[in-house]
Design a protein around this ligand. Sequence first.
Ligand SMILES: *[C@@H]1O[C@H](CO)[C@@H](O)[C@H](O)[C@H]1NC(C)=O
Ligand SMILES: *[C@@H]1O[C@H](CO)[C@@H](O)[C@H](O)[C@H]1NC(C)=O
Ligand SMILES: *[C@@H]1O[C@H](CO)[C@@H](O)[C@H](O)[C@H]1NC(C)=O
Ligand SMILES: *[C@@H]1O[C@H](CO)[C@@H](O)[C@H](O)[C@H]1NC(C)=O
Ligand SMILES: *[C@@H]1O[C@H](CO)[C@@H](O)[C@H](O)[C@H]1NC(C)=O
Ligand SMILES: *[C@@H]1O[C@H](CO)[C@@H](O)[C@H](O)[C@H]1NC(C)=O
Length: 632
Amino acid sequence: MAGALWLVLAVVGGSLCPLVVCGDQSFTIDYSRDCFLKDGRCFRYVSGSIHYSRIPASYWRDRLLKMYMAGLNAVQVYVPWNFHEPQPGVFNFRGDHDLEHFLNLTMELGLLVIMRPGPYICAEWDMGGLPAWLLNKKDIRLRASDPDYLEAVDSWLSVLLPKIRPRLYNNGGNIITVQVENEYGSFAACDFGYMRHLHAVFRLFLGDDVVLFTTDGNADYFLKCGTLQDLYTTVDFGPVDNVTKAFEAMRRYQPRGPLVNSEYYTGWLDYWGEKHAVTPSDTVSRGLQAILESGASVNMYMFEGGTNFGYWNGADFSKVYKPITTSYDYDAPLTEAGDPTDKLLAIRSVISKFQPVPIGPVPPPTQKFAYGFVTLRKVGDLVDLLDFLSPSDPFVTQYPITFEDVKQYFGFMLYRTGLTGDVPDQTPLSSVANGVHDRGYVSVGGHFFGVLERDGVKDVNVTGKEGQWLDVLVENMGRINYGSDLKDFKGLIGNLTLGGELLQNWVLYPLNIDGPISQGWPHIMADHMRKTAQTESRTGPAIYSGTLTVTDIGDTYLKLPKWTKGQVWINGFNLGRYWPERGPQVTLYVPGSILSSSQVNNITVLELEKAADQLLVMFLDRPILNGTFVRN
Ligand SMILES: *[C@@H]1O[C@H](CO)[C@@H](O)[C@H](O)[C@H]1NC(C)=O
Ligand SMILES: *[C@@H]1O[C@H](CO)[C@@H](O)[C@H](O)[C@H]1NC(C)=O
Ligand SMILES: *[C@@H]1O[C@H](CO)[C@@H](O)[C@H](O)[C@H]1NC(C)=O
Ligand SMILES: *[C@@H]1O[C@H](CO)[C@@H](O)[C@H](O)[C@H]1NC(C)=O
Ligand SMILES: *[C@@H]1O[C@H](CO)[C@@H](O)[C@H](O)[C@H]1NC(C)=O
Ligand SMILES: *[C@@H]1O[C@H](CO)[C@@H](O)[C@H](O)[C@H]1NC(C)=O
């Protein structure tokens, strides 16, 4: 049956190897010699993680080449489900989403691939890669044997896994192993039925001979629920952990076979409002040396971190909600911009003690440009631009409903209600149940009063007159990607009161800001049309725009001095969130690939709180990721 399916796939999907040579390659496990067996010989991989979803496609080859030149023989790749299936049954594998193009490049560069198709991936990615539309069923049980969850998973895997099958090493491709789920032992559900279901689906689509594995933290309380018979057990741990002890834990669940650390941490992620994380290079190289001395295979997480462009960052929850920064530099051996660091050279030199590394220098950093200052102008307050940004009819509802209720999965939604009487004195607008997910920018009659913040600010005082609009622009700051709070509904998930009175009769405007901006708005508007800014006020949610002319194209970093918080686009590309007031990230990475030297470059800023008086932004030739930070 497998053979017949393979033939069908070879015809339908196009295979990477003629059927005759496929038999020449094999990748298995030798349990008697405790090693992977590649083409019949003991083999170990020295791999690095790279997330194609965090790098513009035009830079994929550059990053992979640098990883190859660093001495790696494999790369480890997560597939974020929500990046590819934005709506149920609607798939995106084009451009920056072109997984097969990325995999082709790994093959061309002679790198092996360790595939991690999820369906859950964590990865500090929105909802750990699960699509938010799963929450359309409010009581769904994620990462468990809920029939609706499994149906969505199966439908996705039936699209994804057939793309992977012809690329398996045993089928002539370069994918040596495939991970099932991700650190499932860290998840409270502990549903073996779910893991068995995934195992069966992976086998159905990938065949019986591929090495399937699991990855978990290196302690019994993780491994207990994360491992399953016939799935090879691996562990993860960082440079300060005890290698012997970590592998002893793995051995309790996987008595024979190669030792594997699937995530060896070269650095760490950053949260808004916390210190920039740094892991010294000598700590990383010493730990790596110990792992390689033990004979283990290893994957370095991350080798190239990249950027949470758009709205893709995830968040953690530990006592409070903690969103992750736009930069996913991770203090990795290759920077966010793909530049080699001293850490890379140190790692390369450790690897060279154990296996040959390619001859020749690691490619140098790409050229960076300091394009200087640009002055923006105000296009208008957001509430005056709803015709462009929310063209369809708003939703009318007595009490607030969530983003998911109106199928608005990312970005922003405006919640509006009319004042039913005068409010002459400072009166608290309150989120009674800490129900603002995640930030609410409050205005009355177009006057900005402040921000309601999840797990932070629960009251903002306002004044106003009967009949004026009370507007709360709610921002989704990224869904929780780890732990038991994965069902992270967005918007006003609880009622608001004004001076103790329950607010009712809301009008909800889901905003599609990226749509018009990717079509050239507001830059394409004729000049007389653009004079829509009705106030010159610098406070409250508003759109600003400007242009940058360049002769040489290269990467650059955007700094918004004295701006507060918002979102930036250049030429329609969403660079992500900026929040210098909170820190520690101060600059946004601007890939040269989105810039033009033949046309003016169009900058669009949505500032949510307070713009800089002079409306200046600047382009630097270096990043600042370790600025001052202000705790929540
Ligand atoms: C991947 O490579 C194969 C074989 O060269 C080619 O047929 C296919 O079109 C490539 N796919 C993409 C998406 O680049
Ligand atoms: C590491 O763990 C092993 C085994 O548990 C133990 O014998 C050894 O003392 C530990 N090493 C250090 C430096 O703590
Ligand atoms: C709101 O105004 C009241 C009355 O002026 C004041 O006591 C209170 O501290 C204010 N609250 C906030 C959050 O500013
Ligand atoms: C708001 O309050 C009303 C009346 O008590 C209640 O029926 C409704 O469920 C509440 N809505 C939310 C989102 O909490
Ligand atoms: C910027 O906007 C102008 C006006 O619509 C347009 O002519 C130009 O092509 C845009 N620039 C780029 C690089 O897309
Ligand atoms: C930030 O990083 C730069 C470059 O590594 C370093 O020179 C600077 O001292 C750091 N600043 C802080 C505040 O740590």
